[in-house]
Design a binder for this molecule. Sequence first.
Ligand code: FES
Length: 193
Amino acid sequence: MAVISMVGVGAGLVLVLLAVALHYSKGTGWEPTADITQEVLERRAATVAETDFPEPMNRSIGGGGGVAAVGAGEEGAELEGEEAEEEQSPADMPEDEVEYFEVEFVKQGETIELASNETVLDQGEDAGMDLPYACRQGSCVSCAAKITDGPAEEYITHHTQETLSDEEMDNGYTLTCVAYPKADFAIETGEAP
Ligand code: FES
């Protein structure tokens, strides 16, 4: 009996070893599933309508993005309104609102009448004066001048002035290329702060 048992155990061992050898030589045939995450995301994105609003809110689920987008839109409209108001130039004022002021050009020894819808520089040139300028956009100081009566903005309106500080304007300095008269004053041209 003992002999038979030993043969049985030996045969079992051989079979197990054979099965293990077969397993490793052929493999199991199992292949990992392909990653379809990206494909699913792309398909899903294609079903959502495109909007003009920036990511990520425009694709949010449940309408939250829509609400945020509408809010941003209203704010944007308000900002545009403010900017449009700021950009309103005295040059665009209706003809029946134009006023005229006496302005003395001290260095030239001339006093002329200037309209409120044209710049000091343009009107000085039209009167035959040789006045300094470069950009004609309020971006340099080539056309700078000094109003001798007091703070510049009590006498003129600056449009798109980007160079002078509040303190400089309080001291009477102005950029004649973007300065529109709104009162009588005396001015010294060619004077930079
Ligand atoms: S010419 Fe440049 S600011 Fe007037």
